[in-house]
Design a protein around this ligand. Sequence first.
Ligand SMILES: *[C@@H]1O[C@H](CO)[C@@H](O)[C@H](O)[C@H]1NC(C)=O
Ligand SMILES: *[C@@H]1O[C@H](CO)[C@@H](O)[C@H](O)[C@H]1NC(C)=O
Length: 419
Amino acid sequence: MAMDARQVIAAILTLSMFAMLGNMIKKDHFDTFQMKFPATSHVQYDTIKIAEKNIIDLPTIRRGPWKNDSEALKPCWNKPALEEREQSTGFITFSFSYGPEYHVSQLADAVVVARYLGATLVLPDISKSERGQKRKFEEIYDAKKCVKNLGSVVRVALDQPSEASTGKLTVVRVPNRVSEEYIAAKIEPVFRTKGNLSLSTYFPSLDMRRAEETKYLDSFACLAMFGTLQLQPELQEVVDSMVGRLRNLSRKSNGQFVAVDLRFKVLERECWRREAKGKKNCYNAEEIGVFLKKIGFDRDTAIYLTQSKWHHSLDALREIFPKTFTKEGIMPAEKKAKFLSSESSEFEKAIDFYICSESDVFVPSISGLFYANVVGKRIASGKSQILVPAQVTVSSTPVSSYISRYISKRNHFAYSCFC
Ligand SMILES: *[C@@H]1O[C@H](CO)[C@@H](O)[C@H](O)[C@H]1NC(C)=O
Ligand SMILES: *[C@@H]1O[C@H](CO)[C@@H](O)[C@H](O)[C@H]1NC(C)=O
């Protein structure tokens, strides 16, 4: 059978397309570099069979790639006392904006700058998504604990300096993860002439990989990110009760549940933009469902989604995992008016961040600062089961291949804070 030149070219094109596809699938993971996974897996997904033999009269069944938390790590940052630093009279102010995944980074930068300058840090207010509107710090976080936790390394004030109300405060832009050199060159001179400053953090990168070497200021960033912010008691109670509901619903999986960061609007806005660059790194509800099923989660597993209210695009996931919930399904009814209205997106973001930090398994649908800072909090508390979705082509691929590279390579900034 003779082939003409066109058929040969078509065959070659097809083959090279498959090769390209192969490469794309390999690059599915969020992080940009490739790595080899260790041969030994920490995941106990093959204990299932053994467990099932002895299960007959036990009320719970353990199925799926769960993993017990390791012990919470010990902070190994030092807290050079306040007296070691010459104090000045100025004040540093800033605002929290967007969600808690930004707040931890904004706080870290402000603490680092205030400490370097010997200035007093003013507790931030919280910008609402409506332009110009603010919430008080203590509507979301515990102010007393924050002052107590930071008090050993910077002076903290509760009230804004007088110029803040008249709009005369000088604003300085600060790149996230600001360096000592940058503060000395760009911020200190303005501080010396103006006396009081307002900081505005921007994010040149949303990457939280640790730097090659640890710097003096890292200790303060560690304290700010992992040892300072706690939810105010009422909000913490709502989170605890939602986590309790999820654990109750997941009794057949030993009370363990999966939290998935999946917000329909974010995916709609970000996905096409990122996929246009030729790499698949965001996953919709159906793809997440297929992924979780293929790696072995039982149909009965409870799944929490960060999506605010149910959207029909989530139906496909619920068909695979019927116990899939958004906030409205599990928030105590009497709290909904306050924490689940159109006015309350800051509360909702806080609830999402803390539930994703506490779940047994965390799955991001897209990379970014939410993913990066939830990973940081989970590293601190020993909850390392963070699975990054991929198109599962070979069903025997060990679950450990989907563990976030921040964890498997131990290259997250949090690893320079905890030992
Ligand atoms: C900075 O703020 C403090 C507190 O409101 C105020 O007492 C002080 O005069 C301000 N400094 C300057 C240089 O305006
Ligand atoms: C979980 O279930 C138990 C027993 O059914 C019940 O007493 C408890 O209130 C439930 N907890 C939550 C948070 O729903």
